[in-house]
Design a protein around this ligand. Sequence first.
Ligand SMILES: Nc1ncnc2c1ncn2[C@@H]1O[C@H](COP(=O)(O)OP(=O)(O)OP(=O)(O)O)[C@@H](O)[C@H]1O
Length: 238
Amino acid sequence: MAFVEVKGVSHAFGKEKVLEGINLNIEEGKIFGLLGPSGAGKTTLVNMIVGILDPNEGDIFIDSKRVPSFELMNLTGYMAQSDALYQELSARENLEFMGSIYGLKKSELQQRIKSVLQTVNLLDHLDKPVEQFSGGMKRRLSLAASLLHQPKLLILDEPTVGIDPVLRQEIWDEFRSLQQQGITIIVTTHVMDEANKCDELALLRDGEVMAQGSPHQLMDAYDVQSIEEVFLTVGGGK
Ligand SMILES: Nc1ncnc2c1ncn2[C@@H]1O[C@H](COP(=O)(O)OP(=O)(O)OP(=O)(O)O)[C@@H](O)[C@H]1O
């Protein structure tokens, strides 16, 4: 059975239908990409997987448990599109605050803070106020925060927006090493080059999944050389 199952999910904001009959099966240990242009419904869908938003129709299961569930809070790490950080607090203080929300014990928390900051290469900036961080450092700190409670599923909404190509590569290297630790990752993006790095992709447009498969499967199926061309082919070049 898939680790994450999205079954017949539809959603509307008022009269505006944003998602229509979404079905996804995401296997454990994969990096799963949700690729789509701005407004396609990616954030709406991940908010539902995280359990922040209830779908109008359909169900979502993570590890066979129906979303939303208190139990899943500990299983899931979420990094939203904009960084939810306290600017005047240091990296350590931000993580202490977030760790306390997850009920981590003091000694365990200090050890986890060091471990996650090491993962994102920010250990040297432990006590620096976040307002002195660059945009990339803030994104990496947000990633560290989402890892604090050792989630098995990591959901990342456009994690590399506004980040230069070198840092983006570093962040993707981190995703790979997290994957090697057995973590399943769902990542939204509209960057084609990032889509290529995913094990599996769902192409979202106007609230519908247009195609799904590994980057290679998709390129073979549409007999094209890039994910961008797949997108243009299935989307009718709209
Ligand atoms: N809270 C809301 N109330 C009303 N409409 C909303 C709300 N949130 C999103 N929408 C609408 O739903 C549609 C999908 O938005 P969503 O943020 O899911 O897209 P997205 O693919 O994540 O886009 P982006 O890449 O720009 O973040 C858009 O038309 C947006 O205006």
